[in-house]
Design a protein around this ligand. Structure first.
Ligand SMILES: C[S@@+](CC[C@H](N)C(=O)[O-])C[C@H]1O[C@@H](n2cnc3c(N)ncnc32)[C@H](O)[C@@H]1O
Length: 274
């Protein structure tokens, strides 16, 4: 049985609780409570293949926080367009960015209706932050969305986030072309924050995760370092370039960081030059 709820405008939204969704599986992996039995079961199957998947998800989340803080603090970015934002959890983009500058503006975008329902409830009182339903594979609809236009000034630098979402975009859906179309809307000085799961480091276990997701009807495409680095086309990589997420500008001593094999996730930040 699926569950229906109301969106902000009072319309009925089918949350499709009869099948797993990547947003809710990720919530389960991060120890959240906004998921259903079907999502927990699917995530457990992926954990069977890759027992450290929780560590990997947490490291990705920490990378996201460090990258947003870096852009707010060091690069002076005040506008964030977060594609595939996921369910609200700890250290959401607006919390990190608005700690640096309470005036920072954030547009969260996700194609899973549950994110709109829960996200809007969480953000109800924050004028600087909105959640919209949108699909990364239709970038123009996101860029032209009235709520995007009301918060983001495309004449000023923007941070575009596609963190842990590109591996849900298949090769046949042209992820490189999608990123190109998004980048064209951004002025010089804008940045992109990207992360992506990989089978480069622990091929057998990581491919087990890909198989487990696909078997549950959640399309997942792991990619290698070279292919991931190509997603930064048109940008200059910010130091230290593409790294396993747990290493990117981490302040944790190297010996205390998880093994790369347990993380199996690349991340990086690129700057659009003048
Ligand atoms: C693994 S979560 C990542 C959440 C957050 N970005 C992070 O890294 O912590 C992936 C999110 O991408 C969303 N998603 C997947 N495909 C999408 C698409 N084509 N357009 C928009 N959102 C998408 C899912 O619903 C999910 O919330």
């Amino acid at each position: 049985m699926s569950e229906a709820t109301s969106d902000r405008a009072g319309g009925e939204v089918d949350l499709r609780t009869d099948r797993p969704h990547s947003a809710r599986m990720y919530d389960y992996l991060l120890g959240g409570k906004d998921h259903y039995v079907v999502d927990a079961e699917a995530a457990e199957k992926a954990l069977g293949a890759f027992p450290m998947l929780r560590v990997a998800a947490r490291e990705n989340r920490k990378f996201l926080g460090r990258a947003v803080r870096y852009l707010a603090q060091e690069a002076g970015i005040r506008q964030f367009l977060d594609l595939g934002s996921g369910l609200p959890t700890a250290e959401n983009v607006h919390q990190v960015a608005q700690r640096v500058d309470p005036g920072a503006r954030v547009v969260y975008v996700d194609n899973d209706p549950i994110v709109l329902v829960y996200g809007s409830a969480l953000l109800g009182k924050n004028d600087q932050t909105v959640v919209i339903q949108g699909d990364m594979r239709d970038p123009e609809a996101i860029l032209d969305h009235p709520r995007t236009r009301s918060l983001i000034d495309f004449d000023e630098p923007v941070a575009l986030l596609a963190v842990a979402i590109l591996h849900f975009v298949g090769d046949d859906e042209d992820p490189l072309g999608i990123l190109r179309r998004l980048r064209q809307a951004l002025p010089a000085g804008s940045h992109v924050i990207l992360s992506h799961a990989t089978a480069d480091i622990a091929p057998e276990a990581a491919m087990g995760v890909q198989d487990a997701y696909r078997a549950q009807g959640v399309p997942l495409t792991l990619r290698g370092r070279e292919e991931f680095t190509r997603f930064f086309e048109g940008t200059e990589l910010v130091e230290p370039g593409v790294q396993v997420v747990s290493d990117w500008r981490s302040t944790v001593p190297v010996e205390a960081r998880p093994d790369h094999a347990d993380v199996s996730w690349y991340g990086g930040v690129g700057r659009i030059p003048s």
